[in-house]
Design a protein around this ligand. Structure first.
Ligand SMILES: CC(C)(COP(=O)(O)OP(=O)(O)OC[C@H]1O[C@@H](n2cnc3c(N)ncnc32)[C@H](O)[C@@H]1OP(=O)(O)O)[C@@H](O)C(=O)NCCC(=O)NCCS
Length: 192
């Protein structure tokens, strides 16, 4: 499938896989938000904040999506497709078989916070996961004190499934996470 098949829209946003020409805008997004994301992010590879890194990476991301392994989208204002990156959202850890699950992760630019944009984005991505990818569950985890992210998840029906001590290495340490999931209400068996 061509990567454009995975591009999504909401009333305010275009949610799309990155193209080579987005490399500079993506690097700029991560660079200007670096301090905000520091406590939430895993260790970043060499060159992560450079255009050259993303120029190479975007091709790999398209291939992963075409193979159904992961989907890493970037957010743009509708009608300003060449403009600054407003955020990102991903579905990774795709597991098929009887589980049919993926993990969602996301962030917004500082200037895009506080407008309900992540709720709008996540709602569309969950719809794509259930209807487009025919997944059964979407998982998400957040630091216990990330109340803002918790509220976004809660408002979209992501229920708490547990508390995982020392779950992820982010912000330079193994951190506890609240584990949540939204489960599809469809009863159809896997693969249908
Ligand atoms: C988490 C994030 C995506 C939220 O996106 P957003 O669209 O700006 O979310 P909103 O501003 O609509 O806030 C969501 C809710 O949290 C509330 N909120 C905002 N700041 C808050 C705070 N400091 N404490 C508690 N609640 C807060 C808002 O009022 C809103 O609730 P409401 O819908 O009942 O009004 C964004 O803040 C972000 O990118 N944070 C850094 C990266 C991150 O945390 N990623 C997720 C990792 S799990």
């Amino acid at each position: 499938m061509r990567p454009a098949v995975f591009d999504l829209e909401t009333p305010r946003l275009r949610i799309r896989l990155p193209r080579p020409r987005d490399a500079a805008a993506i690097a700029a997004y991560y660079l200007r938000n670096r301090a905000r994301f520091d406590a939430l992010d895993p260790p970043r590879p060499e060159g992560f904040f450079t255009e050259a890194f993303w120029a190479e990476r975007v091709e790999a991301l398209s291939n992963e999506a075409a193979l159904g392994l992961s989907y890493r989208w970037f957010l743009f204002a509708r009608g300003d497709d060449e403009g600054p990156v407003l955020g990102q959202i991903s579905l990774t850890n795709l597991v098929r078989g009887p589980l049919q699950s993926a993990t969602v992760g996301y962030s917004l630019d500082a200037a895009a916070e506080g407008q309900g944009l992540m709720r709008e984005t996540l709602g569309r991505v969950v719809q794509f996961a259930f209807e487009g990818l025919r997944l059964h569950r979407v998982e998400a985890g957040h630091l216990p004190d990330n109340h803002r992210s918790a509220k976004v998840l809660e408002s979209l029906g992501f229920e708490v499934e547990g508390y995982a001590p020392r779950f992820l290495f982010v912000g330079g340490a193994w951190r506890d996470h609240v584990r949540r999931a939204r489960v599809c209400t469809r009863d159809a068996p896997p693969g249908t």
